[in-house]
Design a protein. Structure first.
Length: 342
């Protein structure tokens, strides 16, 4: 299959987070002849029952890998099948990140056919939820000097990415008939006041990454319109651009006396290196890179497609960017192999 056919084949296999097994098996079968023909190895890296990372490498015996190309197998819901027109391939995962998987594989094919070695492919599960696959990979590094992580950056090399700080905000109260509010204590009112105070927090800004932002993603609670709510909760996510200490302190003050804060996840903001000749950008989303903990080498971040259509019903990837990504990945591998050999 060419890069367009492979992208569509991958999109048409539903792999919403926790359900990546069938896609992993398809890619294992697809990569096995490539590993066999060019003297590589291919393995499943167990993560959880019925979930595994996929790792392939082509290197001389005893020699460390110069570079690993990596992205994720899972997608957000809802799944919808692929279609294409003259300009785009559409479907869930088209740009985040199944088109990237296809472009990386096509680049590896071209490198192997040109006699190149010293690189690998690492496809991980769980990036869209908790980076379970990347965390597992960090526990089993393979000595790679460089890591090319694929996310939709419109084929521009990201020099930085914002981090993420996620909380559950929990409020409790006492039920009462809404006609007699003095007899109760509304958890929803407390939660609203806490969230309003959080929205008023002045968040920092960074010259490279821009402003930190706060999003209230979910709100739930209460029993009925005529009952004072005894419980309420929300989920918030802050996009970090630097150290989180001052933001955490401000959130604690906003919640004090109103709600309980439970930290769910923190991913730090990143500064990344560029490569001469490649156009650069910065991105506001987070990636698996921090979860690799440097165990797979110095990271770079680049991939086809726009993050603005990822996670939407309009998800698509330009065919021209898929072809360009194959060229970019091949060139990056060649350059990083050259650096590793010095």
């Amino acid at each position: 299959m060419n890069v367009f056919d492979l992208t569509r084949a991958l999109v048409d296999i539903e792999s919403i987070t926790l359900n990546e097994e069938r896609l992993g098996e398809f890619l294992h079968a697809y990569l096995a002849p490539l590993a066999s023909r060019f003297g590589g190895t291919l393995e499943r890296m167990p993560v959880e029952p019925r979930r595994f990372n996929l790792f392939a490498q082509w290197a001389e015996p005893g020699e460390p890998l110069a570079v690993t190309l990596s992205t994720h197998l899972d997608t957000v819901p809802p799944w919808f099948a692929s279609r294409e027109d003259e300009e785009f391939i559409w479907g869930r995962g088209a740009c985040d990140a199944k088109g990237i998987v296809a472009a990386m594989i096509e680049a590896v094919k071209e490198l192997l056919e040109a006699g190149r070695r010293g690189f690998g492919l690492l496809f991980v599960v769980g990036e869209e939820r908790n980076s379970a696959g990347a965390k597992r990979a960090a526990e089993t590094p393979r000595g790679s000097r460089y890591l090319i992580n694929g996310e939709p950056t419109e084929n521009r090399l990201a020099l930085g990415s914002k981090g993420a700080l996620r909380y559950e905000v929990l409020a409790t109260g006492r039920m009462a008939h809404s006609a007699y509010p003095e007899l109760g204590d509304s958890a929803i009112h407390k939660l609203i006041d806490a969230l309003a105070a959080m929205r008023a927090i002045p968040l920092p800004s960074d010259l490279l990454l821009g402003p930190s932002t706060l999003n209230i993603g979910t709100i739930s609670g209460g029993r009925a319109p005529n009952v004072m709510a005894d419980e309420a909760r929300a989920e918030i996510l802050i996009r970090l651009v630097g150290d989180s200490a001052a933001t955490k302190e401000a959130l604690d003050r906003a919640a004090e006396g109103r709600a309980e804060l439970r930290e769910v996840l923190e991913i730090p903001a990143l500064r990344l290196n560029g490569i001469e000749g490649l156009e650069s950008t910065t991105v506001a989303f987070t990636t698996d890179i921090p979860m690799f903990e440097g165990q797979w080498g110095e990271p770079f971040l680049v991939g086809p497609g726009s993050i603005h259509v990822a996670h939407t019903l309009e998800e698509r990837v330009p065919k021209s960017q898929l072809l360009e990504a194959v060229h970019i990945y091949r060139g990056m591998v060649e350059e990083l192999c050259r650096r590793a050999s010095k």
